[in-house]
Write a protein that binds this ligand. Structure first.
Ligand code: HEM
Length: 442
């Protein structure tokens, strides 16, 4: 093997579990702190003789996710845990199964296809806005929950042509509890196994049964529906009922919580930054006035897009990407041993002072043309990179812009609870408590 550098000394952590207790306690802050202290490329101890690695530089992201991607998998352990919810869907499957499914669904996520749904997203958002308006001035709104339900309704309407409204609440709650459950397994390999008759396991099985019922209803409805949609394509591609089931849960799982969380953060950030809010407003007034957003105006909402991107920089829903080294590798001159876990802490890369003028501030100008041009390509990767890059990245972006634009045309966000809200890892990176706000009519 080529000459490699010694890793900076991160200490040994605890005797038996190395750095794991510190990592479990502090998650994203553990990585941020350690990378800030020691540099971009780090090695930690998991158990005696077992290390894991973390890389924060843009070059490492490129090498691990793109250039040397054949040396890495998503890892059997991570995939097994996520499969508790998503079965063998596109987020967990491997080899030909993954490749075929990815190929089948990709056309349904292309801009030319997705952009037709802007009207639908705007209509669904206006429905929410009308309800908020009817609640009257001063009413406190659970923005986190509202965004979660709107995200779910949109993704179900767009991808499945299925109106999930009557079941959205129960489905969404089951998913959120499910995330909490799998998060414990991801963070702690010593979590008691699923087969034990524990309250947490029983709750999870109950939630899973509730979500499965919704998915069975979806499959029954879609099978009777002649309209062309992604699920028909999966049926034509010969998917069994079980595989169809897994793909639907997976897409609903991947497609609603990630975006909704970002929108809840955006609402709070805008409420706290009136200067940014007034720039968004000025853009919306010039480009749209009070008319509903249409697909052809998306490109014109340059600043609104920057706000959405900046929100995902500060609070990337997928705060870390996990890989498993199937072969040895050398990254930035540091050796990775075969059979090790590798973490790419997106959250840390998005806050490295060498890439960002104001790493910890909400500063949408980070995404102005001139600032973007001076940054390495993979200093920003909220949707991942390489062959597993988020298939829904474009959908999430235009949906995010459309929802923000539609709500801000009518309301001013006012946060009623101004105490700081830290992010919390619950599979994705969420506000530690629900975000409540008033939506004051303009
Ligand atoms: C703000 C919103 C979103 C964020 C931050 C996000 C983030 C990500 C990231 C980082 C990955 C790569 C994971 C890896 O490499 O291991 C990913 C993959 C994926 N995302 Fe998203 N996502 C978002 C929205 C969506 C939406 C709306 C959908 C679909 C409805 C979606 C479906 C998927 C799927 C199916 C994959 C797996 C792709 C594959 O392995 O081939 N995501 N997402």
């Amino acid at each position: 093997m080529e000459n490699t550098k010694p890793y900076p000394d991160a200490g040994n952590g605890t005797l038996l579990r190395g750095h794991m207790p510190e990592m479990q306690r502090d998650t994203y802050n553990f990585y941020l702190r350690r990378h800030t202290e020691l540099g971009d490329s780090l090695r930690f101890r998991a158990f005696p003789g077992i290390n894991f690695y973390s890389f924060a530089s843009a070059e490492a992201v490129h090498q691990i996710l793109i250039k040397n991607r054949v040396k890495y998998s998503r890892g059997a352990r991570w995939s097994r845990i996520v499969s508790y919810i998503g079965g063998n869907g596109i987020v967990t499957s491997t080899g030909d199964t993954w490749r075929n499914q990815r190929q089948t669904v990709t056309p349904y996520f292309q801009p030319a296809h997705v952009d037709q749904y802007i009207d639908l997203v705007v209509r669904n958002t206006r429905e929410v806005a009308d309800r908020w308006a009817a609640m009257g001035a001063g009413a406190e709104i659970n923005i986190s929950k509202e965004m979660m339900l709107l995200g779910l309704v949109n993704v179900s309407d767009i991808l499945l042509n299925y109106d999930i409204r009557p079941q959205a609440n129960r489905f969404s709650e089951a998913m959120m509890d499910g995330f909490q459950y799998i998060n414990r397994f991801i963070q702690n390999p010593l979590t008691p196994p699923r087969f034990l008759p524990l309250a947490a396991n029983r709750d999870f099985n109950r939630n899973k049964a509730a979500a499965d019922t919704v998915v069975r209803d979806i499959i029954a409805a879609v099978r009777d529906d002649q309209e062309e949609c992604m699920i028909n394509a999966l049926i034509r591609a010969g998917n069994t009922n079980q595989q169809l089931h897994d793909e639907i849960v997976t897409l609903l799982m991947a497609g609603h919580d990630t975006l909704s969380t970002a929108l809840a953060w955006a609402w709070r950030l805008l409420a706290a930054h009136p200067d940014v809010l007034s720039k968004v407003r000025a853009e919306l007034d010039v480009e749209l006035g009070s008319a509903p957003l249409k697909a052809e105006f998306l490109e014109k909402l340059v600043y609104t897009r920057m706000v959405f991107k900046e929100t995902l920089r500060l609070y990337p829903s997928a705060w870390a990407i996990h890989r498993f080294a199937e072969e040895p590798d050398v990254v930035n001159g540091y050796a990775i041993r075969k059979g090790s876990s590798v973490v790419l802490p997106v959250y840390v890369t998005h806050r490295l002072p060498k890439y960002w003028r104001h790493p910890d501030s909400f500063y949408p100008e980070h995404f102005s043309k001139s600032e973007s041009e001076t940054r390495p390509r993979f200093a920003y990767y909220p949707f991942g990179a390489g062959e597993h890059v988020c298939v829904g990245g474009h959908l999430a972006t235009i949906e995010g812009i459309a929802i923000l634009a539609t709500l801000l045309q009518r309301f001013t966000p006012v946060v009623t609870d101004s105490a700081p809200v830290a992010p919390l890892v619950n599979f994705t990176l969420k506000p530690a408590r629900n975000i409540f706000a008033q939506a004051q009519a303009r």
